[in-house]
Design a protein around this ligand. Structure first.
Ligand code: RVP
Length: 501
């Protein structure tokens, strides 16, 4: 006879945290949200921590290199989507790894024999007024001068005047040399009252520009997630089919962590994939697996060697797996059960395998609940899709701006690997929808607010780390009537209250 679970499975909205004593030291300034994302042995330090407990989803409409740069700069990690050709995904990883905070590759470049008209045209196109003048007009050519709007007076100069006649020539430029640190570059900018400092290599080829404003920006991101070489960290999704080709290309590109992207990860294909990676790279390449929703699924992947295990089936905002196939489980219940299994496994083996709650986060407090229930970090799709940095189009629908957001199991993404149980099948029915989400502006502005809410709730619970929260949290189940009590009620609202904040 089939197994029946005695309790219904539940979602985050059915729970709340009950405050503990808040001591005078439990203040947001003292809270650290650092969290492990790779397995480690008891008594050892986790080899891979992220500064804030959030990852962006392995989805075409969420995680490309732009998203990865923005999120790593805030301390989280993106997993670049796997439903694309290997070379293209590797290119995205390379772009993130080549990004140097504060150092930008010049996007406006001309040759000395071009004209003032070319300068004006380029400025109109890029919106940037600092133009590097290089021998071949490329962004890495020999630097011969720089043009800014201080170098010409439109009322006096004819449009066909050659750039070499009015640029600031190399001989008069202040520049930095390859290897200079951002803070040294900033000192030069201040000492010489510059707006921009070109950085050149030993052949006088331009490498980067450092702008005064970008240094300030860098200082505002103390949580940046960097590797030993001070490059941003980035993850990438993989599948269980082409991993023998995809993984080497991603590793060569410098990826920091991989994750098998599948709606149902309790499979022999996942074990095979994890074990191949572990063997091929002697355990040095980190790989997460999933998704699972119970103890058995967790243990299978943990014993297979997964560095972290992702939890959740059917809870994603664009996901219709439960409707289509009748598989899944309430997200809160899944996290609670898997976290218990993870803790037991740790007790028995001394190996800690972090877990990630994936999908179904609607309110910011759901993140704190997931952490309190035992998740080490969460993965979000809808949340990040709303920002400027997501790869999709921003449109105006009616009076509102929206961004496009589609599931990996939708016809639009055609990511049949994620939904396939093996064999040579193709995506036959959709498990995801194509949708819009309200446009919400810049990632950093929104994420800063989310993170301060999480820190504040930790203080209410008398905790200053996620580990402490997991030990001391008291979680109450709420009745459907008390859920109504929790929102604004019995008043006439002046403005529409956005549920999507
Ligand atoms: P959400 O944050 O609720 O938008 O959920 C994002 C998650 O939904 C992803 O990380 C993934 O696990 C899942 N997903 C992605 N595509 C689909 C689908 O098409 N069904 N589901």
């Amino acid at each position: 006879m089939a197994h029946f679970y005695r309790e219904p499975s539940r979602t985050f909205s059915e729970y709340l945290l009950v405050p503990n004593l808040t001591t005078k030291t439990s203040i947001p300034g003292n809270v650290s949200l650092k969290t492990p994302i790779a397995r480690y042995m008891k008594g050892e330090k986790c080899p891979f921590e992220i500064t804030i407990p959030v990852a962006s989803a392995i989805m075409q409409s969420v995680s490309d290199s732009n998203m990865a740069i923005a999120l790593a700069r805030s301390g989280g990690i993106s997993f670049i989507y796997a439903s694309q050709p290997i070379e293209q995904q590797a290119e995205m990883v390379i772009k993130v790894k080549n990004y140097k905070a504060g150092f930008v590759v010049s996007d406006s470049n001309l040759k000395p024999d071009q004209t003032l008209k070319d300068v004006l045209d380029l400025k109109a196109r890029t919106g940037h007024s600092t133009i590097a003048i290089t021998e071949d007009g490329s962004s890495t050519g020999k630097l011969l001068g720089v043009v800014t709007s201080r170098d010409y007076r439109l009322s006096r100069s004819p449009l066909d005047r050659k750039i070499q006649e009015f640029m600031t020539p190399f001989s008069s430029l202040i520049y930095g040399k390859e290897g200079i640190t951002l803070s040294e570059a900033n000192d030069m900018i201040w000492d010489h009252k510059l707006n921009c400092l070109p950085i050149i290599n030993k052949n006088q080829n331009i490498m980067y520009l450092v702008f005064r404003k970008d240094y300030d920006d860098h200082k505002e991101n103390p949580d940046e997630l960097l590797d030993q070489n001070k490059r941003l960290r980035v993850g990438a999704g993989i599948n269980t089919r082409d991993f023998t080709e995809r993984v080497p290309a991603l590793v060569k590109a410098g990826v920091d962590v991989l994750c098998i992207d599948s709606s149902d990860g309790f499979s022999e294909w996942q074990r095979e994939t994890v074990q191949w990676i572990k063997q091929e790279y002697n355990g040095t390449v980190k790989v997460g697996a999933g998704n699972v929703v119970d103890k058995e699924g967790f243990l299978y992947l943990a014993e297979s060697g997964a560095d972290f295990v992702k939890v959740g089936i059917g809870g994603g905002s664009i996901c219709i797996t439960r409707e289509q196939k009748g598989i899944g489980r309430g997200q809160a219940t899944s996290v609670i059960e898997v976290a218990q299994a993870r803790d037991e496994y740790f007790k028995q083996t001394g190996i800690y395998v972090p877990i990630c709650s994936d999908g179904g986060i609607v309110h910011d407090y759901h993140i704190t609940l997931a952490l309190a229930m035992g998740a080490d970090f969460v993965m979000l799709g809808r949340y990040f899709a709303r920002f400027d940095e997501s790869p999709t189009r921003k449109l105006k629908v009616g009076a509102n701006f929206v961004k496009e957001y589609w599931g990996e199991g939708s016809n639009r993404a055609r990511n049949w690997e994620r939904y396939d149980a093996g064999g040579e099948q193709k995506l036959e029915f959709e498990e995801g929808v194509d949708s819009y989400v309200p446009y919400a502006g810049k990632l950093k502005d929104n994420l800063d607010i989310t993170i301060s809410k999480i820190k504040s709730t930790l203080c209410n619970c008398g905790a200053v780390t996620i580990e402490e929260l997991q030990k001391v949290a008291r979680i109450t189940f709420v009745s459907s009537t008390s859920i109504i009590e929790g929102g604004a009620h019995d008043v006439i609202l002046k403005e529409s209250h956005s549920l999507l904040k």
